[in-house]
Design a protein around this ligand. Structure first.
Ligand SMILES: Nc1ncnc2c1ncn2[C@@H]1O[C@H](COP(=O)(O)OP(=O)(O)OP(=O)(O)O)[C@@H](O)[C@H]1O
Ligand SMILES: [Mg+2]
Length: 472
């Protein structure tokens, strides 16, 4: 049941609200005839939404809003004014109103606005839910590894359990950073509160700040209503910021401040909010280099780097492979009670391989082999050719810009950027590589790609490639 409180000194207005909202399902309407009366009432009824007149006998709407905000920062408030001046509008928004409308109001518009504000109220109050990726019972088993390097990781997770310290997880793609972040949360004192994972690389740069800190209505083009950010929503909980290297300096500054004193402003607002969030950050890029290049604030780096968990690449801990394999066999076998097995020879090949995609690649390999296996055991023949031949198809430098590293790189990209349009990204990469291959000769590059030179030029323009090539 949503509770709506109307504050207006005019009996007529209270009456028309009774008519519009009084008998709506799921809605309970209360009214007050003055700001003073309302301030007494609010703690008792705890409304989900407050609508009030700006001009009232006694204290004004703005004053009422100000006093309300001293003990309640969240309940959305809609202000009504008989005539619109920018001043009242600005004042209203500055003091944290959710919106304002003009009297006399259009009933449909009012109803829409109320529905929207109630939605916002719900998202404020909602304990942010999270869906565990693993079965509950898997949590303890979720991270496999007996190697010394992994044992160190487990120890650090344990040490972190009793504190709220910020943790920075680094490691190549597929080494289990997300898994470790969840483990830190699961073993923390905040494990009964929300956990929210945000992939900074997957959100357009200009929207990330508003995603994290929210915005006020009108903060930028397209900000048609107020929005509550993740830091505000997760008060008391934990936020996992993935791909932390992908933030603008402005957003970094805000993160630094929220880490230092727990305060922030919504984008386009000047009111400070307090929040208490435990931050876990991760990146698969060397942050030190990003700092050196001036793209990442040094002070933020040190603030994040309080506890550092470095996840070793799989090729440096091949002793973990047999255990990982049996874990993946039992998780992915068609009959979990009677998982398929694997021949020793196949295990030996898996241990020899250098795993540019790390544990994720290993799990995918096992899944594929399970499909291929005709008998109860996986044999070497069921493994992909790059493993049979003893070296990765992607070449030793999977991150390099050579043609052979292309698929590995794209694979990573696509996974880290769920919104990425893969085809154009592939096209762009192909064009760049063809140009590099041919030393920038467009005729040859077009030939190599099997397209006309005109098409090539269009692509170069479309993907703004020229710069990149001439830098080489
Ligand atoms: N130690 C481990 N034990 C069991 N499974 C693991 C382990 N490490 C990683 N995995 C599995 O490998 C996959 C990739 O792990 P995860 O998503 O945590 O990697 P990541 O380091 O976040 O990679 P990226 O940088 O690409 O985001 C997941 O399915 C995860 O369950
Ligand atoms: Mg990840």
């Amino acid at each position: 049941m949503d509770k709506l409180l109307l504050i207006d000194d005019e009996a007529d207005v209270r009456y028309s609200f009774e008519r519009i909202f009084g008998s709506k399902d799921g809605l309970e309407l209360s009214t007050a005839a003055s700001g003073e009366e309302a301030l007494d009432l609010i703690p008792q009824i705890q409304p989900d939404l407050v609508i009030m007149d700006v001009r009232m006998g006694g204290i004004t709407g703005i004053e009422t809003l100000q006093q309300l905000r001293e003990f309640d920062t969240k309940t959305p408030v809609i202000l009504m004014t008989a005539f619109g001046t920018t001043q009242t509008a600005i004042q209203a928004m500055k003091h944290g109103a959710y919106d304002y409308i003009l009297k006399p109001f259009d009933v449909t518009k009012l109803e829409e606005l109320v529905a929207k504000a109630l939605d916002a109220a719900r998202s404020m109050k909602q304990v942010v839910s999270y869906e565990p990726l693993l079965e509950e019972e898997d949590y303890d088993l979720g991270i496999i590894g007996q190697s010394a390097a992994m044992q160190e990781v487990f120890k650090t997770i344990g040490q972190l359990a009793s504190s709220d310290a910020t943790a920075l997880i680094t490691g190549e793609s597929g080494t289990g950073k997300e898994l470790v972040a969840r483990a830190i949360y699961t073993h923390s004192q905040r494990n009964d509160r929300s956990y929210l994972a945000i992939n900074c690389a997957a959100i357009p740069e200009n929207l990330l700040e508003s995603e994290l800190f929210g915005h006020e209505k009108g903060a930028f083009t397209g900000a048609t209503s107020q929005r509550i950010g993740k830091f505000e929503q997760s008060d008391g909980g934990t936020i996992f910021l993935d791909e932390i290297g992908d933030m603008t300096l402005a957003t970094q500054t805000k993160i630094l401040r929220v880490l230092q004193d727990g305060t922030f402003e919504r984008v386009g607002g000047n009111k400070s909010f307090k929040t208490d969030v435990r931050l876990i950050a991760a990146t698969n890029r060397p942050l030190e280099e990003t700092v050196a290049a001036g793209d990442f604030r040094e002070d933020l780096f040190y603030r994040l780097n309080v506890v550092r968990i470095k996840l070793p690449p799989l090729r440096e801990r091949s002793e973990d492979i047999p255990q990982l394999v049996s874990y993946f066999l039992s998780r992915n076998s068609p009959k979990p009670k009677k998982p398929k097995t694997i021949q020793a020879g196949a295990i030996a090949l898996l241990k020899d391989y250098d795993w540019p995609g790390n544990v994720r690649e290993l799990e995918n390999t096992i899944k594929r082999a399970l499909v291929m296996a005709k008998s109860e055991a996986i044999i070497a023949d069921n493994l992909p050719s790059e493993i049979l031949s003893g070296h990765s198809e992607e070449g030793p430098d999977a991150d390099g810009d050579d043609f052979s590293g292309l698929s590995a790189k794209l694979f990573r990209w696509a996974r880290n950027n769920p919104d990425l349009k893969v085809i154009p990204a592939v096209e762009r990469e192909l064009v760049i590589n063809a140009l590099k291959e041919t030393g920038g000769n467009q005729v040859q590059a077009a030939k190599l790609l099997g397209i006309t030179r005109a098409t090539l030029r269009k692509r170069i323009e479309k993907f703004s490639i020229r710069q990149e090539i001439s830098v080489e």
